[in-house]
Design a protein around this ligand. Sequence first.
Ligand code: NAD
Length: 508
Amino acid sequence: MATLDSQRAVAVIGAGTMGAGIAQVAAMAGHPVILYDTREGAAAQAIAGIGKTLQTLASRQKVDSAQAARAVAALKPAQTLADLADCGLVVEAIVERLDAKAQLFAALEDIVSPACLLATNTSSIPVTAIGAALKHPGRLGGMHFFNPAPRLPLVEIISGLDTRPDTAQCLFDTAFAWGKSPVRARSTPGFIVNRVARPFYGEGLRLLQEQAVDAATLDYIARACGGFRMGPCELTDLIGQDVNAAVSRSVWAAFHHAPRFEPSLVQQELVDGGRLGRKAGRGFFDYADGAPAPAPSLAASQPRPDVIALFGGSPLAQALGSRLRAAGVPFQACAERGDGRVAQADEALLYLTDGRSATQRAHDLGQPATLLLDLSLDPATARCMPLAAARQCPPAAVAAATGLLQAAGLDVAPIRDVPGMVVMRTVAMLANEALDTVSQGVCSAADVDQAMRLGVNYPLGPLAWCARIGADTVGTVLTHLHAAYGERYLPCAALKSSIYSGIPLHVA
Ligand SMILES: NC(=O)c1ccc[n+]([C@@H]2O[C@H](COP(=O)([O-])OP(=O)(O)OC[C@H]3O[C@@H](n4cnc5c(N)ncnc54)[C@H](O)[C@@H]3O)[C@@H](O)[C@H]2O)c1
């Protein structure tokens, strides 16, 4: 282990949201911590805030009170940069501007010892660019904490072109010693989380633009079918529509305007209208006192169909079977059919989406009564199932399909018939981005999954999810989406290689 000795002082520069959080983490790990900010009184104010937070946590027995008292005593404000001369590590969390950060590190090089490590908490500026003007760029790396730093376990340890391996290792081990779950990444746009998470927001926003669902229903589907902690609308309202849009724009620009990162017109309109989310009292949803909670649009209750049949042994067919059995609803269990149908309800035939619209699938099958089901995280426990009907589907077939799903205990969310539906489209794009990121040597397969679970609380890492549903299924979905919409949905080379070889990306 190359951990920074806990006796060594850690300096945190920038006493705002992130700096204060990082200072708290380092102090709780036993380091003397010096906090510096150019804003008069900001460091002392942040230390007082940390003191209050730790006191509250100790009174609720969330942290050890002696450890909290030691941490508060270990925090000192610095008057000038010269006070940082004896530090073993400096973590920078100032304004997100390259010129400001480069200037700060250049000044620090004249103050701290050559052995002192330098870390930046930047979320979007290349570490290589920040280090470019340094005399010793090898000792600079990224230490990208997530907000709130004391609570979120993920830290992305970023190596720029010049970062020495022992620097990255020490930052990694130190983050680990501070109780975090670090991952390693190369300094590429968005690092891991801010790149791989883009489709979660981007596809949700596209679905709104296509009028596939309303915001409350989209969020409900993401939670109750996809197993995500929050839907894209409530999450971007929490992050701030302006903040989320700015990250999307910066990743899009950094990838030379690649269509898959294209910013959303729906989100831009919210920003233009000052509907920035919770902090503005209004975003997708209204946060005024007494405003009604967002309610999803669900199908009205339909009678149970006379004929219910389930086909084959897919996870979805099996889960529907168990749910119907548990509800005491009789059904016929039938062998798989060549067309991949999952269920029949009277005349309605139900299929798992493969990235084609129900309308196209009905046409290709020559079967007007075609309806599509979405991917769910776990069909045995999901509370909701989105349902898309072909335009040529008779209303009685829609009612029968709805009745079957309701008999299985599912809320049915009727959505407009768009290719790929909601969860399948989102997960296929997340998996594609994760595969692309790993294949470009940004990080390991294990680290991309860990980063997405710990950084943004995904219920499964995108690569684990891809393995669960099958790379060939993801490839088929994206190929159909590509045919429908164009370049945005091109399967990446790594996905194609996994499909053709049958070997997952991370297996050599
Ligand atoms: N807020 C987040 O969710 C988040 C998450 C991860 C990373 N980051 C990154 O962390 C950094 C800080 O973000 P924040 O949200 O804490 O910002 P913030 O505005 O809350 O705090 C920044 C602080 O830096 C001080 N400052 C500015 N220039 C300075 C300088 N030259 N020297 C010393 N102090 C200076 C400011 O006075 C301010 O107190 C940014 O690089 C940001 O991209 C932010």
